[in-house]
Design a protein around this ligand. Structure first.
Ligand code: ADP
Ligand code: MG
Length: 327
């Protein structure tokens, strides 16, 4: 049973250039206790997908126009439902902690506020709970740092503060949207390790949104690859890495030498990311794809199961050929 189920989700934005289909029929599942990486180049619809789950698609330009989002049997697209679960059941961490923290309040009181507002804690109780959380997320000298302001923390420590706030109410699902993109490489690894540790301690589900396979390869169970608002491949991360069945995935994988090794060779996928206002007919990836043929120009490929067990799926007409070549 899935904790989160996204089915055929469609989100549009009204822009001066026309209607942008930011998410165009995305489907994926997240099981309880599972870590899923939502991976794709910038602009592929990852953040908007998260916004739809959280019920925070920016209005009035943005609108969920189709599909369903179900969390623990509840319809998150129903007005008010996501709002009621936000923070308590589903929490989110963003790329830029400074924009989510209030600069004028001390960090300890911002974390403590979660307990005061949602749990009716006293000032003293909230402070103690905040201190506990700051220790759990590995902030050194936490008791001294309770009274510091956000700007006094390094980027990595600020992200730990955000993670502490996200965990305050023990959510069952944590969505982290590019949580390490703004950080340097060593700190990135530390934050990923922290998220992985907290995920296993809490037994929560974790959705890691990233454009960088390298940072999630070691911690994710499954990967969901997005391109132009659609899911193009999904499966267990090792299987997808070792036997990718979509040319886009193969391209992304080629930018990471090994799952565990250092990242040095960066071969970006040829061609430009898609213009969502001028998508080609058929397969959106077609202009960048060496497998593209007449069928790809005619028919948009559906996500289809390759295993008979619904574990590894690809939305490529030539998935079998890609698989063979990748071996
Ligand atoms: P990413 O995969 O990088 O997180 P996003 O989900 O943020 O991509 O955005 C996908 C696409 O949706 C963008 O390329 C953009 O065209 C469109 N989009 C996202 N947010 C907005 C917005 N607030 N207004 C208009 N268009 C948007
Ligand atoms: Mg994003």
């Amino acid at each position: 049973m899935s904790l989160l189920s996204v089915r055929d989700l469609r989100v549009e934005f009204a822009t001066s250039g026309g209607v942008v289909k930011a998410v165009d029929g995305a489907s994926f599942e997240v099981a309880a206790g599972e870590t899923v990486a939502l991976l794709g180049e910038s602009g592929s619809g990852k953040s908007v997908t998260a916004q739809a789950v959280m019920g925070i698609v920016p209005r009035p330009a943005g609108r969920v126009v189709g599909g369903s989002v179900t969390y623990d049997g509840r319809d998150l697209l129903e007005p008010g439902t996501a709002k009621g679960l936000r923070g308590r059941e589903i929490a989110m961490v963003f790329q830029d902690p400074l924009s989510s923290l209030n600069p004028v309040f001390r960090v300890g009181s911002q974390i403590g506020e979660m307990f005061r507002r949602h749990r009716g804690a006293s000032r003293r109780e909230a402070r103690a709970a905040a201190l506990d959380l700051m220790k759990r997320v590995g902030i050194p000298a936490a008791s001294k740092r309770l009274d510091d302001y956000p700007h006094q923390f390094s980027g990595g420590m600020r992200q730990r503060v955000m993670i502490a706030m996200a965990l305050a109410l023990s959510p069952r699902l944590l969505i982290a949207d590019e949580p390490t993109t703004a950080l340097d490489v060593t700190v990135q690894a530390q934050i990923m390790d922290l998220l992985a540790r907290l995920q296993s301690e809490e037994g929560m589900s974790l959705v890691l949104i990233t454009h960088d396979l390298g940072v999630v390869a070691d911690v994710a169970d499954r990967v969901v690859l997005m391109y132009a608002g659609r899911v193009v491949e999904t499966g267990p991360i090792r299987e997808v890495y070792e036997h990718s069945a979509h040319p886009y995935t193969t391209g992304l994988m080629n930018s990471v030498p090994t799952l565990d090794g250092p990242r040095e060779r960066l071969t970006p996928i040829q061609g430009a990311p898609p213009d969502l206002l001028a998508l080609p007919t058929g397969c959106s990836f077609r202009p960048r794809c060496r497998y593209a043929d007449a069928l790809c120009a005619e028919q948009e490929p559906a996500l289809r199961d390759l295993t008979g067990r619904a574990t590894h799926s690809s939305a490529c007409h030539h998935a079998e050929g890609v698989l063979t070549n990748a071996r």
